[in-house]
Write a protein that binds this ligand. Structure first.
Ligand SMILES: O=C(CO)[C@H](O)[C@H](O)COP(=O)(O)O
Length: 219
C-alpha cells in the first residue's frame, strides 16, 4: 500500500464522524483532500464547512460545499485534519502546509479533533519533522535568534507567505520531550503568530492508515 493509499483510507474513514445537518471543520493538506473527496458524497446531508485555508476553501467550493466563516459558528462537532507528526499522547506537529494558524483556530472551535494520518506520521518524540513557526515578517531575525536559544536550528521557508501574510521559520533538530512546555515557550515570543505544536489542543481521535487497514485510536 502506498503512503497516499494509506492517507486515502484514513481520509475516507473520517466520514464515520460526520453527522447530518452539521457544519464540519476541515483542515489542510493531501490527507484532508481525500477527506474532502469523501465529504463530497455526503454534501446534501451537511450544512457546510469551516475551512482552515484558502486551498481547502477552494476545494470545498469546487465540489459544492458551502464554506462558512469561522466567525459565523459558535462551535463545531468535529474538526478533521492531518498532522506532520503525532505522538502517543496525541500531541502533534503541524504546519508543513503553512496553514497552522487557521488550523489551530478551527481546531479550538471544534469539540472533537479527528486526526487523519498515514502510519509514517507516528513518532515517539516530536521533532524529527522541522517545527513550523508562523512569524510576523519584521520579527524574523529576532525569533530566529530566540529559537536557537531554545535549542533549534531555524530555517526561513523561502518563497512562502501564509494566508495571513506572515512568514514561516522551520525549526530543525529539536527533540521535543515536553510539547506543552515548548508550545508555551515559543508562543511567548513577541512576533510569533502560531507555533505548529498542537499539544494544549491535541487530537481526540486518530485514524491511522496502515497496510493492514485503518486503525482507530481514541483518547
Ligand atoms: O498541518 C498541515 C498543513 O499546515 C497538514 O495537516 C500537515 O502538513 C499534513 O499534511 P499531509 O496530509 O499533506 O501530509
Amino acid at each position: 500500500m502506498t503512503q497516499d493509499e494509506m492517507k486515502k483510507a484514513a481520509g475516507w474513514a473520517a466520514l464515520e464522524y460526520v453527522t447530518k445537518n452539521s457544519i464540519v471543520g476541515v483542515g489542510t493538506g493531501s490527507t484532508v483532500n481525500h477527506f474532502i473527496d469523501a465529504l463530497a458524497t455526503r454534501k446534501e446531508e451537511i450544512k457546510g464547512a469551516v475551512s482552515s485555508s484558502v486551498a481547502s476553501t477552494e476545494r470545498l467550493e469546487q465540489i459544492g460545499i458551502k464554506v462558512f466563516d469561522a466567525n459565523d459558528v459558535a462551535s463545531l462537532d468535529i474538526y478533521v485534519d492531518g498532522a506532520d507528526e503525532i505522538n502517543a499522547q496525541f500531541n502533534m506537529i503541524k504546519g508543513g502546509g503553512a496553514a497552522l494558524t487557521r488550523e489551530k483556530i478551527v481546531a479550538a472551535i471544534a469539540e472533537k479533533y479527528i486526526c487523519i494520518v498515514d502510519n509514517t506520521k507516528q513518532v515517539d518524540v516530536l521533532g524529527q519533522f522541522p517545527l513550523p513557526v508562523e512569524v510576523i515578517p519584521m520579527a524574523r531575525s529576532f525569533i530566529g535568534r530566540e529559537l536557537v536559544k531554545l535549542g533549534g536550528d531555524p530555517v526561513y521557508r523561502e518563497g512562502v507567505v501564509t494566508d495571513n501574510g506572515n512568514i514561516i521559520l522551520d525549526v530543525y533538530n529539536m527533540a521535543i520531550t515536553d510539547p506543552k512546555a515548548m508550545e508555551d515557550s515559543i508562543n511567548a515570543l513577541p512576533g510569533v503568530v502560531t507555533v505548529g505544536l498542537f499539544a494544549h489542543r491535541g487530537a481526540d481521535v486518530v485514524l491511522i492508515g496502515t497496510p493492514e487497514g485503518t486503525k482507530i485510536i481514541e483518547k
